[in-house]
Design a protein around this ligand. Structure first.
Ligand SMILES: *Cc1c(COP(=O)(O)O)cnc(C)c1O
Length: 327
């Protein structure tokens, strides 16, 4: 809906973060436009402002000036909004903020979901609040909101009979779902505190372990810590990498997952342009998402942390060291 509102169509290019879930980029393809993937910076794992400028200048010189930029607040960490907003203004390209993972996060005291020309939040079952499925489009621009609302509810013109001037969609949220969502909104502040508490516990238990590092909040950044992620550098753990840790947890019936595989590495997007700096590939190679549910008890978090420490201390796993290459 956000891309349609900006009249993105066949032949257009749209810049999008590479280190994200595929749903950030799929809608560009639905409209016949071309995603151009941009790498991340190391402080927040989100769009690297310098690469965004490089891509805009390069594409503009080739007469393919991007029609929009999709920026993500990954794992709840706000993107570098001060820099990104000034780029949007300077080059006159609107930003769509993918805040699917960042409900309740803030940058300089302002909520995520309020930085783009439009933003999206998700209420999918795995997010910090949920309606079972669905999401919302947010904007301060009432014309954009009204047009999206019209198109997403079958685009019925104002007439007593069924009259249509646009191709419509059935993207609305049902009233039942919306009722659940209103209840969930009340829980959001508490959920954020629960997720941040998980992060603090993991940090306290694991930050001293050589080879483990966490993504910290730069000044003014407040993350909902939707998922706690960490990086494991095998050069400092005697060869233990994130796959060793993941499989060791799995053998204890604990699910953890590698960080998002960058979209420029995905078979479905292999022909797309990519402006890279190595960060998203590093994060994917070394990064692991730990169990982070809002109802985890302190004992559960500590048990996971204990097992992570144990694998790294023991260093006696016999896994094939090529294990990472298989992804
Ligand atoms: C979950 C997610 C989406 C998709 O949201 P749905 O409501 O499941 O369609 C989009 N972008 C990111 C970054 C996500 O994590």
């Amino acid at each position: 809906m956000a891309l349609i509102n900006l009249e993105v169509g066949p032949g257009d290019t749209v810049l999008v973060q590479s280190l994200t879930f595929s749903a950030s980029a799929n809608p560009i393809k639905y409209l016949g436009a071309e995603p151009v993937f941009i790498d991340s910076e190391r402080d927040t794992w989100n769009l690297d402002p310098e690469l965004v400028i490089e891509a805009i200048e390069d594409l503009t010189a080739k007469d393919k000036k991007p029609k929009a930029i999709i920026a993500v607040d990954l794992y709840g960490m706000p993107a570098k909004w001060a820099e990104l907003q000034s780029i949007a203004t300077e080059f006159d390209i609107p930003i769509i903020e993918d805040s699917a993972e960042a409900a309740g996060s803030t940058f300089m005291g302002k909520k995520c979901g309020s930085f783009g020309r439009m933003a999206v939040v998700s209420f999918n079952g795995n997010k910090i609040i949920t309606t079972g499925g669905g999401g919302a489009l947010l904007s301060n621009d009432w014309n954009l909101v009204n047009h999206a609302r019209f198109l997403s509810t079958q685009a019925k013109d104002n007439a007593p009979h069924y009259q249509h001037s646009y191709v419509g969609y059935n993207y609305r949220m049902s009233n039942i779902t919306a009722g659940i969502g209103i209840g969930q909104l009340d829980c959001l502040p508490e959920r954020v505190l629960q997720r941040r508490h998980n992060f603090d516990l993991y940090f306290r238990e694991l930050n001293e372990v050589e080879g483990i590092s966490f993504l910290l909040e730069p000044y003014g950044f407040y993350s909902n810590r939707w998922l706690t992620t960490l990086m494991i550098d095998p050069a400092q753990t005697g060869g233990i990498n994130r796959e060793h840790v993941r499989l060791a947890l799995e053998s204890e019936n604990i699910e953890s997952r590698p960080v998002w595989k960058p979209l420029h590495m995905q078979p479905v997007f292999k022909d797309c342009l990519f402006y890279g700096n190595g960060v998203s590939e590093d994060v994917f190679r070394y990064g692991l998402c730990l169990p982070s549910g809002s109802c985890m008890t302190e004992d559960e978090v500590k048990r996971v942390a204990f097992l992570v420490k144990k694998v790294i201390k023991q260093q006696k796993f016999q896994y094939n060291t090529d294990i990472l290459q298989e992804n």
